[in-house]
Design a protein around this ligand. Structure first.
Ligand code: Z5A
Length: 210
């Protein structure tokens, strides 16, 4: 595989969408061909699955169904978008990936990590991100930012404790996967967040002799 796979993670309102655009500009300036995508979604089938998963009227989705739908969308995404792009030498920038499953379905819903790992190995084989940026900020701050923007979706209707479990799951993953994870303090000004991201990307590009 010639391309690089970068994922961005964090709680709601952490600034993932905003900073993905910034990262794309950085990589384009470094003359990389970039594919920007997201999960759940990224393909026509995946976007349909996303619509069901986020629909606040779908209150009867069981935890296992939710988990399997995440991986169904992911299987389609990997086969039709991520692997072809990486094999062509493109850089794939993805708004959430499997770490979100460990955080939300694992930390948030309480599904055992081993069951998630089984699906991860089945659907992804050896594919893992090369770099994961975790935009971290207190849950209440992210909620304030997200609430300014739009009606809450099915996940956003969850309670504070759910999102605190999600945040803790992310921080635990970041602390145990220091090779590919970088934690960004997302509670500061956008300018400061983007300075932190620039430093991380500078180091990543040097390490990868680009
Ligand atoms: N999910 C899951 O459960 N399992 C999985 O495996 C996967 C996903 C892949 C959809 O994700 C849901 O799917 C998600 C988890 C679940 N549910 N939740 N919650 P999503 O990524 O599409 O949804 P989201 O997390 O709710 O994203 P978001 O609310 O769009 O947040 P964001 O992209 O991180 O933030 P943003 O739109 O860039 O910024 C939010 C606002 O804050 C905006 O007005 C910005 O201008 C502002 N902002 C950004 N940065 C700053 C700073 N630094 N200061 C001040 N204001 C700022």
């Amino acid at each position: 595989m010639k391309g690089k796979f970068i994922t961005i993670e964090g709680g709601e309102g952490a600034g993932k969408s905003t900073n993905l655009i910034f990262i794309r500009q950085y990589l384009k300036a470094a003359e990389k061909k970039v594919v920007l995508t997201r999960e759940p979604g990224g393909t026509s089938v995946g976007e349909k699955i996303r619509d069901v998963l986020l629909d606040k009227k779908q209150i009867d989705i069981s935890n296992d169904t939710e988990l399997l739908m995440m991986f169904a969308a992911r299987a389609q995404h990997i086969e039709h978008v991520i692997l072809p792009a990486l094999n062509a030498g493109d850089w794939v920038l993805c708004d959430r990936f499997t770490d979100a499953t460990y955080a939300y379905q694992g930390g948030g819903r309480g599904i055992d990590n081993e069951r998630i790992a089984t699906l991860e190995n089945w659907v992804q084989g050896t594919l893992r991100p090369d770099l994961t940026l975790l935009l971290d900020l207190p849950v209440e701050e992210g909620m304030k930012r997200a609430n300014k923007r739009s009606e809450p979706d099915r996940f956003e209707q969850e309670k504070l404790e759910f999102f605190n479990r999600v945040r803790n799951a992310y921080l635990n993953m970041a602390r145990t996967n220091t090779g590919r994870y970088r934690i960004v303090d997302a509670s500061t000004s956008l300018e400061n967040v983007q300075e932190q991201i620039t430093q991380i990307l500078d180091e990543f590009c040097v390490d990868n002799i680009l």
